[in-house]
Design a protein. Structure first.
Length: 412
């Protein structure tokens, strides 16, 4: 059973209690933040039953009353291991956006654990080095994560911060998704060349004339756009956000580009957005996990897992788990056009999903709304929606994509 102290501290009591000759033994597993010191020294007034119980904290038995024990006078001995001073090595990519996102996570952790030291280590991944190969020719998402995961498994890093949309739905053995933080706007956006905005007043996809060229490397975006706007043309467009914005203005062929809203907003570049794209406006569903940050750690590192759980956003984590379960069931990746749109309606999760073939001339859609309160329910929710898509014809689309493994000329 749980006893909550002052609405901030949870104490876990072993059940059934072990009877001794003198008293019931109560085992506490507690996490005490430094600022709770004063409040906890008075907890016996609120919970006299706890006051007279011997307590095991951090493996040591404290004599009752536990708050007067000499073990408590030194803060580090009473604090749970996750709160004791330590060094956490944080891995990330070297791109400006990746570093900015990592700083968001580190700042949140520092706020909760001021005694910890968080060291950021950045590296250039395969996806960062190769700016010429189209994403659909890489054959998977590991190009942004695998090298960082190697360092994680080898204990050179303790956590790795990813854009959740870049994380494979099946992680390497020994690695887990430690937490998912609050989600930024998950939508895609259209950015039209400034010169064309000024000259023609173009702001949306509907404004663009036939033959307009849109820059993107995402087959999910391309396939959905062809389905809705068959007269548009596409050009491979890669690089970090600043590079893509610069290329848009410099490349005479490009009319506009598609970028994730979250990246632009996190880099304070939201003023470039000319249209937010969604199912009812532009006709694009976003990528699985888009806008969310996933923090990966080792499965056996309980200390780090407990640290990370303090910064998790429960609703975001559940929504993203449902999205990732859908993708796992459909075996989708960067090279498969699967889009989702997820939102909470009261206490229920609503998700739309689409699967489109690579030519963009055929797709299936489905949606469900159900209460989701646990990760198990989120996983079931995502798999249920995946089954609905398969039953409506999504299975044949995915089979076709698996056979082809090449983007048709109409999509390039």
């Amino acid at each position: 059973m749980l006893v909550r102290l002052l609405s901030t501290l949870t104490v876990t009591l072993s059940t059934p209690f072990k009877q001794t000759r003198r008293y019931n033994r109560v085992i506490f597993e507690i996490t005490i933040h430094p600022h709770l010191h004063h409040e906890l020294t008075h907890c016996n007034c609120l919970y006299p039953a706890l006051y007279n119980c011997p307590t095991i904290v951090g493996g040591k038995e404290l004599a009752p009353p536990w708050y007067e024990s000499s073990s408590y006078t030194h803060q580090s001995t009473i604090m749970a291991e996750t709160q004791s001073k330590g060094v956490v090595n944080v891995g990330t990519r070297k791109s400006p956006l990746a570093l900015a996102q990592t700083q968001i996570v580190v700042d949140a952790l520092k706020k909760n654990f001021p005694d910890h030291e968080f060291n950021i280590h950045s590296m250039t991944t395969t996806g960062d080095r190769d700016q010429n190969t189209a994403l659909y020719n890489f054959g998977g998402k590991g190009l942004w994560t695998s090298q960082l995961e190697e360092k994680l498994v080898n204990k050179e890093l303790d956590i790795v911060v990813h854009s959740l949309k870049d994380m494979p739905t099946v992680l390497p053995e020994g690695c887990v998704l430690g937490c998912v933080t609050s989600r930024e706007d998950p939508r895609d956006t259209l950015v039209i060349k400034k010169e064309l905005q000024d000259k023609h007043g173009w702001k949306t996809l509907a404004d663009l004339p036939d033959g307009s060229i849109i820059g993107t490397s995402s087959v999910r975006r391309i396939a959905q756009l062809i389905r809705r706007y068959p007269t548009l043309k596409f050009k491979d467009h890669r690089g970090n956000i600043q590079t893509r914005l610069r290329k848009l203005e410099e490349d005479p062929d490009l009319t506009g580009i598609i970028l994730a809203a979250a990246g632009l907003q996190r880099m304070d570049l939201g003023d470039h957005i000319t249209q937010f794209l969604e199912s009812d406006n532009g006709g694009i569903l976003h990528a699985v996990g888009q806008g969310a940050l996933g923090v990966e750690c080792r499965a056996d590192d309980e200390k780090v897992i407990q640290l990370l759980k303090t910064i998790e956003n429960e609703q975001t984590a559940l929504a993203c788990e449902a999205e990732r379960a859908l993708m796992r069931a459909l075996e989708g990746g960067c090279s498969v056009p699967i889009g989702v749109e997820t939102k909470w309606v009261d206490d229920k999760l609503h998700m739309k999903a689409t699967v489109v073939n690579l030519r963009g001339d055929h797709g299936v859609d489905s949606d469900i709304t159900e209460p989701v309160k646990t990760h198990e329910e989120a996983d079931k929710f995502g798999r249920k929606l995946a089954s609905a898509l398969v039953e409506r014809g999504g299975g044949s689309i995915l089979d076709e994509i698996t056979r082809l493994r090449q983007v048709p000329e109409t999509v390039k």
